[in-house]
Design a binder for this molecule. Structure first.
Ligand code: EPU
Length: 461
């Protein structure tokens, strides 16, 4: 029987940040959340064990582990190592209780359908930054032969053995990352050949294909817009190291930049962040690989920001363009630049929940549709602000690192979904950031206190 777990939204921790500390030191990037979620779901495609390393310690990963346990998997976790094995296939229903806390639960859809021939997944609703349909996932699975209907808010999909097909996955905002993951995973067990046209090219898709191929799948072209899959009868066991998190890495680089810092970042996926490092270079932030013998997909870089920041114009796009998941963080940085920047959001036109909160901190932001003009103000001012989604939260923390005075960011459970103990990493680099827990009483109580003596060198503005 399903057990009730504590809803993360019941944990109303906040962060207090006293801005003005320059970030310096060395940190390392953990495995990627957005790679790990579909990788773990691939455990449903086989009866044999999968072993993972570099699995990040995040609430979204805990949610996925819980979901997979409900779906009949046995999971053992120790630090960043995780093994997963399906032990029973009697339960194929991803319940609303879980899907509503983590939209990415939808990535069990393809694996369950392909392996068990039936699946019921609660239809994910919209999220705080707008409508997020899954029509392309469903269209792709239907093309492989699934029968799909909606029943009581659940998607119910059934099939005999899936059949290979040619599928176009482009939508009004480009391809779909989790849709590509679902269709590619399902097609590994289909009869015959599948071609996915207009597939998502994100590195997380290439990482998933690497795992699936190690399990015995025959996938070529992952990481390009055309993926070809020759179906096989069954998949086996594999070991896999999750790729470094490019969004977390980019967040650390931007946090360093806003404090005029100097930070060494290990396991930095430089190769996956070239659009971001290009924008940062225009802004005046220097990022260089310290040891050229390392693989640029996971190398050590030094991030240095020691000059006044310049404005820039950028547009979010599917990979290899500038990622939407770093748009909010970059906006915080550009608030402190000398001049006007222009940001256009082409993946989620409504993903601007951070705009009114940054404005509370003195940012001058003018929004026209899916474009925001950022008038650089040089210095932000600390204020109580509210996190509304994962990356908006990161943006507010970054703003708080440079703001004058205290910033209180409430509802940081959003942040815990995608950044492992962010306050500890930032404290290690010299930030003055404290987690305020509401777990002990109705009053807010500081449970971690770290104060640094590093002083922020303000840019001329
Ligand atoms: N879209 C459709 N139909 C679909 C699917 C998507 O029209 O069937 C649209 C979406 O509304 C959006 C665009 O296509 O406008 C791209 O959406 P996509 O399906 O690629 O998003 P996703 O796969 O659900 C993943 C990440 C997101 C990230 C997006 C875009 C995971 C778990 N999530 O979502 O990450 O923003 O790709 O890169 O991988 C985050 O980490 O904060 C986050 C939101």
């Amino acid at each position: 029987m399903a057990t009730r777990r504590k809803d993360p939204t019941e944990q109303m921790d906040a962060f207090s940040i006293h801005g003005g500390q320059r970030l310096t030191g060395k940190i390392s990037v953990d495995g990627s959340k957005n790679a790990a979620l579909p990788l773990l779901a691939a455990g449903l495609l086989t009866d044999e064990p999968l072993q993972f390393s570099s699995v990040p310690e995040l609430s979204d990963i805990e949610n996925m582990v819980h979901l997979l346990e409900e779906l009949g998997c046995t999971i053992n976790r120790k630090n960043d190592k995780l093994t997963i094995q399906t032990t029973t296939d009697s339960q194929s229903h991803a319940r609303y209780d879980i899907v509503k806390t983590m939209r990415a639960s939808v990535c069990v859809l393809g694996p369950l359908l392909a392996k068990r021939g039936e699946v019921r997944v609660s239809m994910p609703g919209g999220c705080s930054f707008g409508d997020r349909p899954i029509d392309l996932h469903l269209r792709g699975l239907e093309a492989l032969g699934a029968t799909i209907r909606l029943d009581g808010g659940d998607i119910v999909a059934t099939c005999d053995r899936l059949q290979g097909a040619t599928i176009f996955l482009g939508g009004p905002f480009g391809s779909t990352v989790l849709g590509t993951a679902n269709v590619m995973s399902a097609a590994t067990l289909a009869k015959g050949k599948t071609v996915i046209e207009s597939a998502a090219c994100e590195p997380e898709i290439a990482d998933l294909a690497t795992l699936l191929n190690a399990m015995g799948a025959k996938i070529s072209g992952a990481g390009t817009p055309r993926i070809t899959i020759e179906g096989v009868d069954s998949l086996g066991s594999a070991n896999h190291m999750v790729m470094p998190d490019r969004i977390v890495a980019g967040t650390w680089a931007i946090a360093t930049a806003i404090t005029q810092g100097d930070v060494l970042i290990e396991h930095f996926p430089l190769d996956h962040l070239l659009a971001v490092t290009d924008v940062l270079a225009t802004v005046g932030v220097r990022i260089h690989q310290t040891d050229l013998s390392q693989n640029p997909a996971s190398c050590t870089v030094q991030v240095v920001s020691d000059a006044p920041l310049s404005p820039v114009m950028f547009t979010t796009q599917p990979f290899p363009g500038f990622p939407t998941d770093l748009q909010a963080q970059m906006m915080a940085l550009l608030c402190t630049a000398n001049g006007n920047s222009i940001i256009t959001e082409k993946i989620y036109p409504e993903r601007f929940m951070h705009v009114p909160e940054l404005s509370r901190m003195g940012a001058r932001l003018v929004k026209h549709g899916s474009t925001v003009v950022v008038q650089g103000v040089g210095e932000l001012i600390g204020a109580p602000v509210m996190a509304s989604d994962l990356r908006a939260s990161a943006s507010l923390i970054i703003a708080g690192l440079a703001a004058e005075g205290e910033t209180i960011v409430s509802r940081v459970y959003h942040l815990d979904r995608g950044y492992a103990s962010m306050e500890k990493t930032l404290s290690q680099l010299g930030a003055n950031i404290t987690r305020i827990s509401d777990s002990d009483s109705g009053d807010v109580l500081p449970v971690v206190e770290t104060v640094s003596t590093n002083k922020l060198v303000q840019s001329d503005s």
